[in-house]
Design a protein around this ligand. Structure first.
Ligand SMILES: *Cc1c(COP(=O)(O)O)cnc(C)c1O
Length: 421
């Protein structure tokens, strides 16, 4: 199946007289004919369903769909994007280990990596994603077990050189984890460039309609966990009566271990109802992503030509610092998110944004409706003008998430916003 068809059909194939639409299995538990059947499923939990803290048929249909879209060997949904990033790393790292991450990543992920994981004894070594191979190699320590980056960073909109980082990570015998939230598999499939694990906040474009939060981890099945660096994969797991993941589950060792150990213990699994909504979003993902890109490129060009705008950051624009990388990794477009700096700083930005009628002020991106956020008033509110400059945030910076309204209406709204300043 081509990717558009997978959006509609992967993950669920009804048999004779079964429901056309993936059913919501709203049950925490499952029944067995005998105690022997129960025992068998504890011996190998992949054979049947046990408990909805870590598996549910509705959620699993969506996992299968996202897995098919990314081209992986298996996927596991989580209750948020944050939970997906957390578990993707905890499945590999323990106290005393370190990992490398690009510095330009989502702010929530920075908090998780720099502060919360640190409390758990895991060190994140931040590197500039544009650094040379030598500089990145020099950041590795003997205890470094993974590398992490965002295909299209939120909110910096930098494009991550997946092939470069995959090559470096593999030379050190560690996997590359990619947060592919903004492109979705419609615009980029990181496994094709050597990434080993993918995470998403499905809260964004995948859901698309701003109705429920979620995340997912997808395993390529390509990383060799038996290379000596990952004893948790190759030695018996005492919490699962001595299972050796690479021996029992082969290429699917990573994603099955994530479910059997981490989801079992942390329980951040989505509800069937949430997965049902996510599936509805995925069914139109291919159509929506194309339109977001088309609308955003038109808006970016309009902003670039506007003399009230100081600068526009959209990697799809010719002349953007990341346009060459975007052509390679995101040839069909760079999503609907744009940031731009309005001339006149914080007060002009506020005036402009308050004048918008169609675009709503939201602490969200990748909504189906056009929305805006003023970082200086929201996520970076506590900073003074001087501190904003030091943090690299211009008071006039506006993040614009272009939605699926008619492009003329979006442009008209921006025009009347500029007229109001
Ligand atoms: C929003 C976001 C996250 C976190 O996802 P939640 O679903 O809000 O927990 C992670 N990565 C990126 C790139 C995001 O945009």
């Amino acid at each position: 199946m081509k990717i558009e068809t997978k959006c509609l059909h992967a993950g669920y194939t009804p048999k004779n007289t079964e429901p056309r639409v993936v059913p919501i299995v709203q049950s925490t538990t499952y029944v067995y004919d005998s105690t022997d059947d129960v025992a068998a499923v504890f011996d190998d939990p992949t054979k049947s369903l046990i408990y909805s803290r870590f598996e549910n048929p509705t959620v699993m249909a969506v996992e299968e769909k996202i897995n098919a879209l990314e081209g992986g060997i298996g996927a596991m949904c989580t209750s948020s994007g944050q939970a997906a990033s957390l578990l993707s790393l905890l499945n590999i790292l323990k106290a005393g280990d370190s990992f490398i991450s690009a510095a330009t990543i989502y702010g929530g992920t920075v908090n998780l990596f720099a502060y919360t994981l640190k409390k758990l004894g895991i060190e994140c070594i931040f590197v500039d994603a544009d650094a040379s191979e030598d500089e990145i190699n020099a950041a590795f320590k003997p205890n470094t077990k993974a590398v992490f980056g965002e295909t299209l960073a939120n909110p910096a909109l930098t494009v991550f050189d997946i092939e470069k980082f995959a090559k470096i990570a593999h030379a050190h015998g560690v996997p590359l984890i990619i947060d592919n939230t903004f492109p979705t598999p419609i615009l980029c499939r990181p496994f094709e460039y050597g990434a080993d694990i993918i995470v998403h906040s499905t809260t964004k474009y995948m859901d698309g309609h701003a109705v429920q939060g979620g995340g997912v981890i997808v395993d390529s099945g390509n990383f060799d966990w038996t290379n000596g660096n990952f004893p948790e994969f190759t030695e018996p797991d005492e919490s699962y009566h001595g299972t050796i993941y690479t021996k029992t589950y082969g290429k699917a060792a990573y994603i099955i271990k994530a479910r059997m150990q981490l989801m079992r213990d942390f329980g951040c699994y989505p509800s069937a109802q949430s997965a049902f909504y996510l599936n509805l979003g995925l069914e139109t993902l291919h159509i929506r992503m194309k339109q977001y890109c088309e609308n955003a490129l038109t808006v970016a060009k309009y902003l670039e030509s506007n003399d009230k705008v100081e600068s526009v950051n959209y990697p799809g624009l010719p002349g953007n610092k990341y346009n060459e990388l975007a052509k390679k990794y995101l040839p069909d477009g760079t999503s609907g998110v744009i940031s731009f700096v309005i001339k006149g700083g914080r007060s002009t930005a506020v005036k402009f944004m308050d004048a918008l009628k169609l675009a709503s002020n939201e602490v969200h991106v990748a909504d189906i409706r056009t929305c805006v956020l003023h970082p200086a008033s929201a996520t970076h509110r506590q900073l003074t003008d001087e501190q904003l400059v030091a943090a690299g945030i211009n008071g006039g910076l506006i993040r614009l998430s272009v939605g699926l309204e008619n492009i003329d209406d979006i442009l008209d709204d921006l025009k009347q916003g500029f007229a109001a300043i």
